[in-house]
Structures are given as C-alpha cells and as structure tokens.
Design a protein around this ligand. Sequence first.
Ligand code: 16G
Ligand code: ZN
Length: 548
Amino acid sequence: ADITANLTAGIASYPKPDSVVYSYGTAGFRMAADLLDSVMFKVGILAAIRSKALGGACVGVMVTASHNPVPDNGVKLVEPSGDMLVPEYEKIAVAMANASTVDELAELAAAALAAASVAPDAPAAVRYGHDTRPSANRLVAALEAGLAVLPAVDAIPVGLVSTPQLHYLVKASNEPQFGIATLDGYNNKLIAAYTQLLEAGGAGNGEFDAGKLFVDGANGVGAPALAALLAAAGPDFALHASIVNDGSDPEVNILNHEAGADYVKSNQMPPPVLAETADRCAAFDGDADRVVYFFNSPSAGFVLLDGDKLASLMADYISSTLQVLVDAGLVAADELSLAVIQTAYANGASTTYLRNELGATVEFTKTGVKHLHHAALAYDIGVYFEANGHGTVVFSPKYVETLARVAANPDLATAPPAAAAATQLGLLPAVVNQAVGDAISDMLFIEAILRIRRLSVADWAALYTEHPNRLTKVAVADRTVFTTTNADQQLVEPTGMQDAIDALVAPVDAGRAFVRPSGTEDVVRVYAEASSQDAADALALAVAKLVY
Ligand code: 16G
Ligand code: ZN
C-alpha cells in the first residue's frame, strides 16, 4: 500500500484535537479516552518504526490507564527486552502525537526511519494488548490503523492482558530462554516456579496452613488474569485465593472504584467488600502491575503492608537464604551484591530496617518505575519497590551463573540446608517477573515466603513499625516551576524554598519532608514524616502553605 495514502486516511479518521498538547509522562500518554484516538494511530506507526529500527525485534504496546478512573485511558510502548521505551523515542512519540498534518507526520516518520538507517519496508513485529476499559476496542482499532501504515509489519493482537503480561510476552518473544510467549507460557512458568520454590522451602501443598487469602482485583484485568492462572494450576496448587472486586457485575464492579491497590493505599482503608475480614488480603491495581497487602487486626484495626513492606520481606528472605550458602562456604561473602532501591516516599522506618537490621545497601531514585528498575540493574540482586506497590526484583547474569555453579557442587549432597537454599535461590529468577513489576508474580513470591518462613501477615507487618506520615497535594498554577534534585528529596527551584522547608523540619522530632511536582497530575505533592501523626500532619500542612 501507498504510505502517503495510508497517512492521509489515518489523519482524516483520527484527527488531532486542536486544543490538546500531548506529553509522554512516566505512564506514557494518559488522559480522557475521548482525546486519545489520534495518539493511538500515531503510536501504531511509531511502534512499527521502533521495531524496524531494532532489526524487526518485537516491541509492545499496552493500552491502559492503570489505577485511573474508567473514562481515562492511555498507551505505553515496551522495548524488546520488556523495558520501558527509551527516552529518544519518547521525544519522537511526543512530536508525532502533536503533529496535525499529513506532511508533518510523514516527515517525522521519515526522519525516525532515517535516524535508524532503515527502509520503510524493513520487517517489524508488534504485540499489543489492553486492559478492561470500555474504550479499549475503539482505541485498539485506531492503533491497528497506525500499525497498518508501513509495509511488512507483523501486528500481533494479544487481547485482554495485564501490563506485566504484555511485557512478559514481548520479552519472551525476543528471548525464548525467558519463557514461552503465550499466556499459557506465562501461567505455566509462574505455577511451576512457585510450586518448586515451596517444595524446596519445605512448604509444599498440605505442609503448612497459610490461612485464607482474599485478592482485590480492582475490578480490572488482574482478576481474570489471576483466575486463569489458578484454573491452569488446578486444585492441588498451594494457593487458594478468593478473588473479590473481580469486575464480574458491570453494575456494581466499577474499575478502580472503591477497589484496588490505589484505593487502599491512598485512603489507608480496606475496600468496602473487605471491611470486615481479619484474613490476609492482597490488592492489585487496574492493570495488575502493583500490589499491596492489608488486613484488619482485631486490636490494631486496618494494617497496610505497602511496597516498602514487600521489599523488606523479599530482601530479608533473599539475604538470609543467601547467608546459608555463605556460611556453608559455597558462595563468598561479598560475591553477590544486594541492594534495595526506594524513592523518597519510602517510609523512613523501612529504610532504617533495611540498613540497620538487614545490613542492606539502600539507594534512592526519582519516582517512576523506570528509574528504580535502572538503578536495580547495577546489582546482582536488585530489589526495588515504590511505596505504592510498584516493584520487582532483578537478578544479574552473575547471580544465575553463581547459583548454577553452586547447584553443580557435589558437597551439596551432604548439606541439605545448603541444597534447599541453593534450589530456592536458583528458582527466584523464574518466580519473579523480571521484565516489570507484576502484581501476580509479586504476590506469589510473597505467598511463598510466608509459607516457607511460617509467617502470618501480622508477623510480616511487625518487621518494623512505620513512622507516622502524611501525603498531601497542592494545586498550583504551574507545577513546572518546581524542580528537584537528590532523588526528589530536595527542591532546587523555586529558589529559597528548600531552606524554608529545612527550617520547618529541623525542630520536628524524627521529621522529614519533601515537595515534588507530580508527573501525572497538575499538582505538587507534599510528604512529611514525624514521630507522631499530629506532628506529621502539622509538618505537611506547614510545608504545603509554603507551596501555595
Ligand atoms: C506513574 C508511575 C509510578 C509512579 C507514579 C507517580 C510507572 C509505570 N508509573 O504512575 O511508578 O509512582 O507515576 O505519580 O512508572 P506522580 O508523579 O503523580 O506522583
Ligand atoms: Zn498500574
């Protein structure tokens, strides 16, 4: 087909609304679904170009707005490795999204192809999927029109998927050793790894009663995705979960409405359907790339186990299991580096726990998964989580080689604890979705640790006690006048404001506060911590007043 004719038809069908200026934020393009048709068309073109530029390696496109309300939608591109789009292409994406004429768009597409030295008819492959939003079908049709603009594009729809499933499918299609690039492949990989991990940890089915688990699916894609995994695993699977907020009744089950990880974390309360239960609960967000836990304690009321608690339990389990191998002389003490990557929103008590009790390296990055993921890759074991539940663990090639070497050591035969530890650690790269944070995979890992360690959710919560804190937001005329440094922990501009914040923090016992512009909303966020809730509230309020 003629490229210019395709572009002309596409621009006519999917005109750019005049009033909108598009930007590619931490979560890709995201806004009211009604404004996204033209963006989808252009993202289709760009995804094809990105794949062509990479020699035809498969790239991904995910249509989702995660925890945002139903009328919103969004789109994100995924690199062949399963990572987020490279910044260079974010810029091209923005330029294309804001182009309104055929000529502008043709020029941008030609420039991108030329920059990569590829012909328009070079081969490309794009896998694309979507969450449960009602706007998905319409937007996917626009995306498909974009994918059809250039010749030789293998456009592969994967339908309804979680964001991490899409990342998995893309990565697996480029790296067959990572997994089979189907949803069955995804399910079977996790089922097998989880089952083997429990067996190696002495916690196979029937060996330990872990109590009841409720999973809040946010009325999003996580609910059917988890149900499919559990169905594939069969009745003997050592995880029995009751899924609530499963989106099954469109009248009452509204996506992200009084449901899901964002609701639970932002409101610090259980979703209404789980207001009464004292059992262990996990809450996913709308596209199942985030998970937090909670329970209602008869004595303490609602108890949240956020991303910091997940990171702490995972780091604790990994480091102590590794220590068994060090003690057995199978791995040198400093052979494998371990770090936990956090953001400024991490509760200070978690950082203290990780550094002082676990002796772990803790590093801070700016908010946004890509920053944490990147920092984590510098270590053999990189545990990263945002407090809101986005996170995973990444393992280096050296980690995999080291565990393979240990597994081949004949001494293991006479050292059962070391053998069990080695098997467990060797399985972790398969249990944890290393492509991206994954609510299902993170939950399976946590469930395995609780079983192996014989921990209740209350035991886990008691790892450390959070400092009282307050997160608030301030609507400002122009959030771009706020710039930060030192992993968002300090303001650079407006000039002088950081000194004023420091002066407010100084007299507060265990005080900490920072201000950063949101990357997703037109607000500035203010976070404060102190030794009492009243003091944290007062500090947050005082800092917020500086910002107005
Ligand atoms: C996006 C980020 C999330 C971050 C949030 C912060 C990804 C996939 N998502 O949702 O990690 O916590 O933005 O929002 O990177 P904010 O900038 O509005 O505070
Ligand atoms: Zn999400």
